[in-house]
Ligand binder design. Structure first.
Ligand SMILES: C[S@@+](CC[C@H](N)C(=O)[O-])C[C@H]1O[C@@H](n2cnc3c(N)ncnc32)[C@H](O)[C@@H]1O
Length: 237
């Protein structure tokens, strides 16, 4: 099993319990400020439990979720009720070309695969399922800030115990790695760090045109010290 098949379960939900509905509400509000009305369905790619989907519904959008984790999707149904979701791998989306009028990808749900072709393939899939003129919001880590502020070791407390976390950057494949040790269990999180220029090349090659780059959900412009890299734009053709 690969890291992303193992990690996105109960322990992930505990460690990231602060990534909650309140945060999702603020992020969806930012989406609304950017795009106001979107006629048609919006794909929440790697929707997790669907915390953004329920906020999108509340804001009168029509989201459809897609995620690989059965545990996260099931938790979403338990917490928020039934929602339109597909369990699928983002490298091969189970939707026809041009299905969606919008796409959101929140909280660093990109760069998970070990080859450049696979990560680029995800961008192609995003573009493929978008209709011409469809909008997107892509919320990703800021490599510069992550490198500057990398905390190599820390221990976090969760309701069920402590989690020892080790972080390192691998210059060979330019990945940010995080190892979580929870009791006897060990999990890995591994994200290929793409900078704005690299992402721009990938998106442009798929006709995804970037209109703006923000550094946070407060609308501040992107800089090397920003907490996030948030791209908004639309599909050209
Ligand atoms: C950091 S979480 C973010 C979840 C959600 N966007 C949020 O903000 O709560 C990353 C998500 O990507 C999903 N994921 C991981 N690998 C995937 C894959 N190969 N295909 C589809 N989804 C995947 C995980 O199950 C998880 O829900």
């Amino acid at each position: 099993m690969t890291w992303y098949q193992e990690w996105f379960g109960e322990e992930y939900l505990e460690l990231y319990s602060h990534r909650d509905e309140n945060e999702a509400r603020q992020q969806v509000s930012f989406f609304r400020d950017q795009f106001a009305k979107v006629e048609g369905r919006i794909l929440d790619l790697a929707c997790g439990t669907g915390r953004h989907m329920q906020e999108l519904f509340a804001a009168a959008y029509r989201p459809v979720g897609c995620d690989l984790s059965y545990t996260l999707l099931r938790t979403g149904v338990k917490d928020y009720g039934a929602m339109p979701v597909a369990r699928a791998d983002m490298r091969s989306l189970p939707f026809c070309n041009g299905t969606f009028a919008g796409l959101v990808n929140f909280f660093t749900s990109f760069g998970y695969f070990s080859t450049e072709d696979e990560n680029l393939g995800v961008v192609h899939e995003m573009a493929r399922v978008l209709d011409k003129g469809a909008v997107f919001l892509f919320d990703y880590l800021n490599v510069h800030r992550e490198l500057d502020k990398l905390v190599q070791r820390e221990t976090r407390q969760t309701p069920t115990g402590s989690v020892a976390i080790e972080r390192w950057f691998d210059p060979f494949d330019r990945s940010f790695n995080k190892r979580m040790t929870i009791g006897q269990k060990r999990y890995l999180e591994r994200v290929r760090g793409y900078d704005l220029d690299e992402i721009s090349v990938m998106f442009t090659s798929s006709s995804l045109s970037i209109r703006d780059a923000f550094g946070d959900f407060d609308g501040s412009p992107f800089s090397r010290s920003s907490p996030r890299l948030i791209l908004v734009g639309s599909k050209l053709s």
